[in-house]
Design a protein around this ligand. Structure first.
Ligand SMILES: [Zn+2]
Length: 113
């Protein structure tokens, strides 16, 4: 389960930020995750509960925004959403497409006290 390692990175970054700000408590962490990272939100939430135990993020909420994969067609310039393995233009059927979104893995904001 690679969510554990990824979540560890998120929590470590949040704790470092909180320490710099001399926070006593982390209320929530907002993250954006693209579907192509293959991260499962449920697994990430589970990892978050485990990793934040006995830290100042113990009672915090992990707010996850999942982004679909999105590409632009190299032939007709149509933009379209697609699943993990089917980046094919729905307008012209071309497979010559460039990924626009879907690999995101970022912390948007951290709410601390
Ligand atoms: Zn096309």
């Amino acid at each position: 389960m690679h969510e554990m390692g990824i979540c560890d990175g998120i929590v470590t970054a949040a704790l470092e930020t909180a320490a710099k700000e001399r926070a006593v408590c982390i209320n929530s962490i907002d993250v954006t995750i693209g579907v192509l990272t293959e991260i499962q939100e449920e697994a990430l939430q589970f990892a978050f509960t485990v990793i934040t135990k006995d830290t100042i993020a113990d009672r915090s909420a992990l707010n996850v925004t999942m982004l679909k994969a999105r590409s632009v067609c190299g032939e007709c310039a149509a933009e379209f959403e697609h699943g993990r393995f089917d980046a094919k233009c729905p307008e012209c059927g071309s497979f010559v497409c460039s990924l626009l979104q879907g690999r995101e893995l970022r912390i948007d904001s951290i709410d601390i006290d």
